[in-house]
Design a protein around this ligand. Structure first.
Ligand SMILES: NC(=O)c1ccc[n+]([C@@H]2O[C@H](COP(=O)([O-])OP(=O)(O)OC[C@H]3O[C@@H](n4cnc5c(N)ncnc54)[C@H](OP(=O)(O)O)[C@@H]3O)[C@@H](O)[C@H]2O)c1
Length: 326
């Protein structure tokens, strides 16, 4: 089958299409003919040799999600049959014509969505659901501060926040992205061209601060994030785009009973991912069927043009997801 391979660690140009053997489903797994996959920041890190996949996954092929149709089912598969449209998370090797996955990690694609749209759901919506709801306990009447609001994860999180009945404050360094976030339901848009947001967030919350912060920037925003948290507030870290190290005055955490936690999806044990997947299917997937939630797709590239797609993501130009069609 065709797949996109990392020839050696490096820039986007090291991604080339090539031939690899088809994967075969084990008991409990399905073989999926992939019609679309999507980019994630982790793919860029893997391409640079900085984020290897878990053991057992081909490290040469990036790709953390898929949408396609079931081509074959291994023994012990009970739900999905050949021909059914499915999407889901992968630990890697998604930039390929075929993937295998445990059937319990797959989700049925809602009828109203195309394969391209479906490919934009698993990684960002599962991440946002897990961070905001399962870990962050976001509830009606609370306030969320969301950095990179126009990112893939951001466009998912702001829609989930709207559905929850919580207030969202979103940041971006781009006015155009913020305008589109407001169209999607963002309550307050904060332009962070010069990296400052603390004063505006405190003004918007009458000096109280927010209950929850979803942050992918890390070190560069840590100081201001701590100032923006209300007493007992929580900072959930999902990325380090602004660096990994920053000094921290622990008395600020102690005195106001703050919490800081990090979370990653990919290295989790399969059983844990399956539990998350089932919870997502029960609580969130129905909103895609009704159209209350929608994947936000910036643009599509053919699988063979994965290098161009990576360069585009590195330019921070995308609003929502970048999809590879196959
Ligand atoms: N922990 C997990 O399990 C998990 C799962 C999925 C994704 N993630 C992480 O979540 C983050 C977003 O992923 P994504 O796929 O949604 O990415 P994306 O669509 O490429 O968006 C990332 C956005 O981050 C902002 N950004 C980049 N560098 C920045 C910097 N130095 N300072 C401030 N803002 C910066 C940019 O927004 P503006 O240009 O609009 O400011 C950019 O558009 C990534 O760090 C990714 O690794 C984590």
């Amino acid at each position: 089958m065709r797949a996109v391979l990392i020839q050696e660690p490096g820039g986007p140009e090291v991604l080339r299409a090539g031939e690899v053997p088809d994967p075969a489903p084990s008991p409990g797994e399905i073989l999926v003919r992939v019609r679309a996959t999507a980019l994630n920041r982790a793919d860029l890190l893997q391409r640079q040799g900085l984020y290897p996949p878990p053991p057992g996954v081909d490290p040469r092929i990036p790709g953390l999600e898929f949408a396609g149709s079931v081509e074959a089912a291994g023994p012990a598969v009970t739900e999905f049959q050949p021909g059914q449209r499915v999407m889901g998370l992968l630990p890697g090797a998604g930039y390929a014509e075929r993937v295998v996955t445990p059937e319990r990690l797959a989700l049925p694609i809602p009828d109203r969505l195309s394969f391209q749209e479906a490919a934009g759901i698993p990684e960002v919506f599962l991440t946002a659901f897990d961070a905001l709801h399962l870990q962050g306990g976001l509830g009606p009447g609370q306030t969320l501060l969301l950095h990179g609001a126009g990112s893939g994860v951001g466009t998912a999180a702001l829609q989930l926040c709207r559905l929850t009945g919580a207030t969202s404050i979103g940041t971006s360094r781009s006015r155009a992205k913020l305008d589109r976030c407001v169209e999607l339901g963002l309550d307050h848009a904060v332009l962070t061209e010069r990296g400052d947001f603390q004063e505006t967030v405190l003004d918007l919350t009458a000096g109280r601060g927010v209950d929850l912060i979803l942050d992918m920037v890390g070190a560069a925003y840590l100081e201001q994030n701590l100032s923006c948290l209300a007493p007992r507030g929580q900072l959930i870290l999902i990325g380090l785009l602004g660096g990994p190290s920053a000094p921290i005055d622990l008395s600020r955490i102690l005195k106001r009973s703050l919490r800081i936690r990090g979370t990653v999806l990919r290295p989790r044990p399969v059983e844990e991912k399956i539990r998350l997947n089932q919870e997502f299917r029960r609580r969130i997937l129905p909103f895609f069927e009704t159209g209350d939630l929608k994947p936000i797709i910036d643009r599509e590239f053919p699988l063979e043009k994965a290098a161009e797609a990576h360069a585009f993501m590195e330019s921070n130009g995308n609003f929502g997801k970048i999809v590879l069609t196959c």
